[in-house]
Design a protein around this ligand. Structure first.
Ligand SMILES: [Zn+2]
Length: 512
């Protein structure tokens, strides 16, 4: 096997005539049928492996003796020709037997289809998937080559693939140009249906690292982050940001919910026999009658979901870049959708906090940074005060106000601040270090709190903030009417709290 080098994908849209579309559709269909044939054969072989004496013996070998165990399993697989190589051979044979497949696919594409089926079977063999899925019409939407020398290949301004020449739309986007200037390992063709129209894209799998936008400079410091359902607090060495988390997705989520209810009503109206008198679905096997109106609603919903997904990606990406600008060594609580759903209800998953976090990890590590994700159970930062006092807060309490020492701070900012002092080895908070750091950072934390409150007011009412634009954050320290005197800061602290509170109403509405 070739040594693994890092790679990234550059995607460009292709220009297709209706004739091209017909050719591509036929090739895709040939790929789908071949995939299913290989999957079916591979599944049979895997079953034979599992039933074999060799396999049963391999299972009896001591689990600690990995080498002996693995080689015994390997022998069982070899005996029934269950391998990537053997399934590629099977795919070649199948293609030769079918003039239609052979005329639509080249050798390399055929082998990659076989490898794809083998990988699906491997997931099942290793218990990572319960079963393999045969691809129904419409579920198979990509084909790829093996190298950029034969089969599907990139020619510099488009894709060529046995008699098919497709020109790409290339703009001056530096991200695309960086990809085009890199070494191309192989090319994947992807079909997408947008707004019920078919489009084809070329994904160039390039060698090396993806383009780094120059404005995405990466800071060196430590960043503490607290990611909440509606807000995120980011605390770096000298800047604090309190901002909304993926709020732009809410309006589309409302639309999706509306369409879901509509689909449910339509489904009930079209299939009255499939429901019990209490409105639940009957358990017996049944046929679902899908009206044209229902299909139309479903297509509309898919389109909005696609847009929402794109919006989510860009929203997450912006926040990740904003964070990395402040520092590439990140400390944050591990967030799971499940934990969110426990607190906030099922409908909150569309914000995908975990995909945000994995994006953060990926980009931070790409930039040479580190990410510490600690368990919330161990640290319980949201209950902890600088003085060491632990106090449970209700979800609606957005301000930490300690009954022992009197400390007052927006709760997400305080959690993010404390995150900075979680020890990576023990995953526990070093409260002494947090206390030592406080004096130097308090002003930045209060700045962030006030700016965040102003910004959230805007989000709610759609009005401009008192201090405008993104320059507000930097402007506060110099132009602020409030002096740097400690007591004055306390009063601004109070103003900010009042402003931040109404946001809760908004949050609960999203959830319900
Ligand atoms: Zn305290």
């Amino acid at each position: 096997m070739a040594a693994k080098t890092s790679s990234f994908v550059t995607e460009v849209p292709l220009i297709t005539t209706s004739k091209d579309l017909a050719v591509l559709a036929a090739r895709l269909e040939a790929g789908r049928q071949l995939y299913n044939a290989v999957l079916s054969e591979g599944r049979k072989r895997l079953q034979l492996v599992r039933d074999s004496e060799l396999y049963q013996q391999a299972r009896l070998i001591d689990k600690n003796d990995k080498k002996a165990r693995n080689s015994a399993f390997q022998k069982a697989r070899e005996a029934y020709r269950f391998s990537d190589y053997d399934l590629q051979a099977f795919a070649n044979k199948t293609a030769i037997a079918s003039v239609w497949i052979k005329s639509n696919l080249d050798v390399h594409t055929i082998q990659k289809v076989a490898t794809r089926a083998f990988k699906a079977l491997e997931r099942m063999a290793f218990g990572k998937a319960k079963k393999v899925r045969f691809k129904q019409k419409g579920q198979f939407s990509s084909l790829e080559g093996k190298t950029n020398k034969q089969g599907i290949r990139w020619t510099g301004n488009g894709v060529e693939w046995s008699r098919l020449k497709l020109q790409a739309i290339i703009n001056n986007d530096p991200v695309i140009l960086h990809g085009l200037n890199s070494k191309i390992k192989y090319v994947r063709l992807v079909r997408r249906i947008l707004n019920q129209k078919t489009y084809w894209f070329a994904q160039l799998v390039c060698e090396g690292k993806p383009y780094q936008k120059p404005q995405n400079t990466v800071g060196d410091g430590i960043v503490g982050m607290d990611l909440g359902v509606s807000t995120v607090a980011i605390v770096s060495d000298n800047e604090t940001i309190l901002t909304a988390f993926a709020v732009e997705l809410i309006s589309k989520q409302k639309l999706i919910r509306k369409l879901q209810r509509k689909m449910d009503r339509q489904r009930r109206a079209n299939n009255p026999d499939n429901f019990n008198s209490n409105g639940t679905v009957k358990k017996s096997s049944k046929r679902w009658n899908k009206s044209n109106r229902y299909k139309k609603t479903a297509a509309k919903k898919r389109e909005i979901e696609r847009k929402q997904a794109a919006q989510r990606k860009s929203s997450h990406g912006k926040l990740v870049n904003q964070t990395l600008k402040l520092g590439k060594h990140i400390k944050t609580e591990k967030v799971s959708v499940k934990a969110w759903q426990k607190k906030w209800g099922k409908s909150i998953g569309f914000k995908s906090p975990s995909s945000f976090q994995s994006e953060l990890v990926r980009k931070a590590e790409n930039a040479g940074g580190t990410v510490l994700m600690f368990s919330t159970h161990k640290t319980a930062l949201s209950q902890t005060c600088l003085c060491g006092n632990k106090q449970k807060k209700s979800l609606s309490q957005r301000v930490h106000h300690c009954s022992v020492c009197g400390l007052k701070m927006q709760r997400d900012i305080l959690s993010a601040y404390l995150s900075r002092y979680v020890d990576p080895k023990t995953e526990t908070l070093s409260i002494q270090l947090a206390r030592n750091g406080w004096l130097g950072m308090e002003k930045s934390l209060l700045d962030g709190w006030r700016d965040g409150s102003n910004q959230r007011q805007v989000l709610q009412r759609g009005e401009p903030p008192q201090r405008t634009g993104s320059s507000a954050r930097t402007a506060t320290s110099s132009k602020s009417p409030i002096s740097n005197d400690g007591s004055e800061w306390m009063s601004s602290n109070l103003i900010a709290r009042e402003k931040s509170e109404p946001v809760r109403v908004n949050e609960t509405r999203v959830v319900s």
